[in-house]
Every structure is written in C-alpha cells, then in structure tokens.
Write a protein that binds this ligand. Structure first.
Ligand SMILES: [Zn+2]
Length: 246
C-alpha cells in the first residue's frame, strides 16, 4: 500500500494499522529510483502477506536487493530469514543486531522474558539468519538515487539504529522503535533499555534534518516530522521522559 511518494507499507500489526499479524512492526518498502529497500521484516508469521503486498504494489522481486534492520527484536526481525530466501536479499544490520540474529539468541533480544510476560506465544522462535553487511554508526551509502545514512540510536535497545534516507526531493527518517508519532518513545523493562542512551539518541536525531518520519509502529508523518521530535526533546529538557507509546 503506497503511503507516501516513495514509501509503501507492507505490514503493520496491532500497534499500527492491523493489516497483518498483530505482532508485526511496520514493514516498509522504499523506492530509490529503480530499486527498493525494505525496512524490517515483521514477526515472521505472515511473511506470505508481506510478499503478496509487495507484489500488489507492483514491486517485482528483482527490484528489491536489500533489507535494512533497525534492531533484532522479534517483531522487527522474525521474518528476515524467509524474506532473505524468497527475495534473495542482502540483510544489513548493526553489529549488535547481527550478533543476535546470526546466533538466533532469544535472550539477547529479550524474547525469553517477553514470552514469560505473555507478549509472544510460547511457540514463537527466533530463527537465526546470516547477515550480509554490518553497519557502523554514521556509515553512508547509495541505493539507486537515494543516499542512506546509518544513525545509531541506542536506548530502546542496545542494537538500535535509525536510517536516514535522502531521496532527490526529501529526507526521510526510519526510526525503528526510537521515535514515534507525537514524539512518543518505547521504554520497556528489559536489560538493554537505557534511559540516558535513549535521551542522547533523541538529541542526536534532533541534529539531523528530515521532513518525514516512518516509525516501527503506529502512525507515520509525511511532513513536519521535526515538530514530533521536538515534543520528545521538550520533555527531556524538563528532565521528564517523553510519553511512552504503550
Ligand atoms: Zn523493539
């Protein structure tokens, strides 16, 4: 489903539009001239729907070469192995995300505690998957007619990165679980969630320039994204935490 000039929504769960499995994050395809990149994979229980949605948007398999992961939490990475195989994708991630994904380490992504908390059914598994490229913070590369910049934004999790994609016409931030519509954040009671890191990451994003915001859950923003980030920064400046998404 095309939701902006260069962005298509392929999956979105209960915290978003409900178009696919309830545990899915927002999965995006981004048009970069003649080729596309995918942002995140969803939880992996309805990957067939993700592929069907891609086909419905007339994006042939040969047009998608890369999948950029924001972090390894299951709702973002659970479908990556299936998508890599189906579309012959290069999977790209931060070092921390790659380490967890290549090992299929459920403890590293807090899936063990999330199952005990009832967030995921007991039979959900974290399938290991090779990572084809590991990104460092600040790395920049070209995809089609777009420039992609990797911005490490730890806080929600230690392995979290955002992707700033500059098309010929605008700058778009894919913020994963770092920043949401309305300046909300997603702090949770897991071992690698860190408030001070989170605050530093939000301030780091505030030094970037972008027009549109496509987060890992909930609504997106096609214009005026800086105002949403400012809401979060204003809370930090009052020594408070921004509102939590859930
Ligand atoms: Zn997450």
């Amino acid at each position: 489903m095309r939701i902006a000039e260069n962005v298509y929504l392929l999956a979105s769960g209960a915290l978003g539009t409900g178009m696919t499995h309830p545990n899915d994050c927002n999965v995006y395809a981004v048009r970069c001239g003649h080729e596309f990149v995918l942002i995140d994979s969803g939880v992996g229980r309805e990957t067939g729907c993700v592929l069907n949605n891609l086909a419905a948007d007339a994006v042939g398999p040969g047009k998608v070469h890369s999948l950029l992961l924001t972090h390894a939490h299951l709702d973002h990475s659970g479908g990556v192995r299936q998508l890599r195989k189906a579309l012959d994708l290069r999977v790209c991630a931060s070092a921390g995300c790659a380490k967890a994904l290549e090992a299929g380490d459920e403890g590293a992504i807090s899936l063990d505690v999330a199952k005990r908390a009832g967030i995921y059914p007991q039979d959900f598994e974290f399938s290991s998957c090779p990572v084809d490229r590991v990104f460092a913070d600040g790395e920049q590369f070209q995809v089609g007619d777009c420039e992609v910049e990797v911005v490490a934004t730890p806080g929600h999790s230690h392995d979290m990165v955002s992707y700033l994609i500059r098309t010929p016409r605008e700058a778009i931030l894919f913020s994963g679980d770092t920043l949401f519509f309305g300046g909300k954040v997603l702090l949770s009671n897991v071992y690698d969630c860190n408030v001070q890191d989170y605050a530093c990451s939000l301030r780091k994003l505030a030094r970037q320039s972008f027009d549109a915001l496509f987060p890992g859950h909930s609504l997106w923003v096609v214009r005026g994204a800086a105002a949403h980030l400012k809401t979060a920064i204003d809370a930090l400046n009052r020594l408070l935490l921004p509102s939590n998404l859930i």
